[in-house]
Design a protein around this ligand. Sequence first.
Ligand SMILES: *[C@@H]1O[C@H](CO)[C@@H](O)[C@H](O)[C@H]1NC(C)=O
Ligand SMILES: *[C@@H]1O[C@H](CO)[C@@H](O)[C@H](O)[C@H]1NC(C)=O
Length: 141
Amino acid sequence: MSAVWLKLITIVCLSCTALSGPERSEVVWKEIGGAFTIQCRSEPNQEFLTLRRGIREDIQIFYKVGTSEKNEIAAEFRDRLQFNGVFPNIDLLIKNLTSDDTGPYWCEYARFDSKSAAFITKKGNGSVLLVVRGEPHQSLY
Ligand SMILES: *[C@@H]1O[C@H](CO)[C@@H](O)[C@H](O)[C@H]1NC(C)=O
Ligand SMILES: *[C@@H]1O[C@H](CO)[C@@H](O)[C@H](O)[C@H]1NC(C)=O
């Protein structure tokens, strides 16, 4: 078995453990150059949506402030990510997939709690583990 496959299996196992919360989550397999849609869903009592990637949830891909026009797309995704829907239910379409897109994606919602004067974050439905098949040439991390 190649090193790439060992690495892939590791990332899948780690992600499945991380994704096995009470929220709905799944593994999605796509081809290089393909497209996929992440369907972030939440109860309506939220104010912000952040789409994150990575086992450590450290890469911010997309950010949206409630129903306002305010949003931000990471430079790497700017010309291949589209979103639509009515907050908090947002569909995010990512096109022209590369093997570097492999990894877990998280729908994270937040709202400001005035009592504690802090942001309270909560995972929404729709988090997925994406595996892009093809010739992985770079590190999956
Ligand atoms: C999230 O998923 C659970 C389980 O499928 C479902 O019961 C719940 O209604 C969903 N929540 C939203 C806001 O879609
Ligand atoms: C996808 O990649 C092809 C080839 O590099 C390019 O022509 C096309 O414009 C890209 N499409 C998007 C949506 O980025």
